[in-house]
Design a protein around this ligand. Sequence first.
Ligand code: F6R
Length: 598
Amino acid sequence: MCGIVGYVGTDQGATDVLLEGLSQLEYRGYDSAGVALADPSIEVHKKAGELSSLESALPESQLGDEPAGIGHTRWSTHGAPSDANAHPHTDELERVAVVHNGIIGNYQELRDELTTAGIEFDSETDTEVIPHLIGSFLEQGQTNAEAFRSAIDRVEGSYAIAAVFEGDETVYAARNESPLVLGLGENGYYLASDVPAFIEYTDRVIYLDDGEFARLTPDRVVVTDDTGDVVDTTIETIAWDSEETGKSGYDHYMLKEIHEQPTALRQCLRGRLEELSGGVSLENIDEMDWNPPIRLVACGTSYHAAAFAARLFRDWGVPAQAFLASEFTATEIPLSADSLVVGVTQSGETADTMRALREANRAGSTTLAVTNVVGSSAARTCDEVLYIRAGPEIGVAATKTFASQQVALMLLAAELSNHRSRELIRELRTVPDQVQAVLDNSRAKEIATEYRNADAYFFIGRKHHRPVALEGALKMKEITYKHAEGFAAGELKHGPLALVSEKTPVFAVVTGDGPIAEKTIGNVKEVEARDTPVIAVTDGVSDVGRYADHVLEVPPSTGITSAITANVQLQLVSYWVANELGRSIDKPRHLAKSVTVE
Ligand code: F6R
């Protein structure tokens, strides 16, 4: 939700760094964009629309060698996307410019107070109270650093904030519950909501913690805590290179990331499988203190991975339940000191999931983050972390992170339930190749062409395949903007069957030939009898192909890993339908990748 970036240094002009950084952060929001340059007076340029609108509106002369600046790409919360609501915002005398990611909880109270004091607001945003507050402290004779801190002290809520002042080659920043990371270059310092914004320049980073402030000048970075004491920071090295954040010849990040899944899964599995014992080995997890039942909390796609995992835990004898994080409260779901709460979140920043994890921490439970982002809020808030190691994912629709979550959670379920099986280990070892086989042979594109004008798309699956059906539908709706729904296959006849027609293809996930497959084949027949097109996603072991109009093949496996390969087929169908319809695949309307508001 909103991306912020800042730069101060001597190796290059701030404008180029900020624009390049914003282009890497657009996945966080793309309603409007803006930059403020301290050169030495404050120059603000901002525009509604994607970053390209701002770039075209920038005067040529601006692209010079400004020493410091901040930038923002917005996902609207307070006020519609417009030039006026775009960040940065300034005080009335344009002495300070501010960008913000998050929500100011007490903004109405602050706005009323400032309005009473005679301040006129230019926007509807909550953010604008911050520069005006800073301005009022400057009026009282405070220095820039003091006024920034005094203003932040008045603000409640979640925020990552950056500011520049006229005549001051410094970027000021503060963080509370919204991500902020500093980059340490040779001749310049960077700050951003996420590392891809500056990975091209440096891989040495410092993650700010809640309550911390940072001051970036051309020759140093100083981090202080909420009392003003200097913090002894840890410099970490990021293990990716800037190549990983490019499109590598694919038309869209989403397609590239779908194709990166074999590599992502190999990374996820590396060093974690024990061939001989049939067990798994996960760093620190075996030392964790916990008792069943396990509660998994997550949102959206990550919730589907959590639901898949909860079933697996139960299959392997450990009571477990997946909760939508936004519905989870520690008062309704009593937590005790030995409960285990697992937050599944690729970004590690999702506000709903973070709230649930913080509540679990307050209840004294053990918390575990299953995340992709090293140093993310979830990683730092939880007692333990299991990294899914998917590498950077830029497309807003989660693809490779979902597959990596599925695999990481399978490993977790095996570890915590003490499930030992050489067959499982062998199968996990082959998952990357199975996914590669799907990518190499998929007929998803021709199916997408045939059904691109459907009225709606339905997805059905049972047991481990139910989360796959839900995820297939979510992916379809978010990138094609078409109606799509996923159901437990058995539920179809309890209502949704009224919706099926020859214009509503049904994708049915059926693998193996046991009783579960038989029942889903029964549901397929019910659909087929109503002249509704059926696309079976199947390993061909059962005879479901006889009742389907088309087949999307997955390699034979147990019901468990087919939940990964079947999902890849469905990702491809959604991608190609969206492509046929000319949708904004990597940046679907109204969405953002990291949802840092509840
Ligand atoms: C859909 C998608 C979202 C996220 C959800 C949670 O493609 O990406 O549904 O899964 O916003 O995000 P994380 O995993 O970052 O907590």
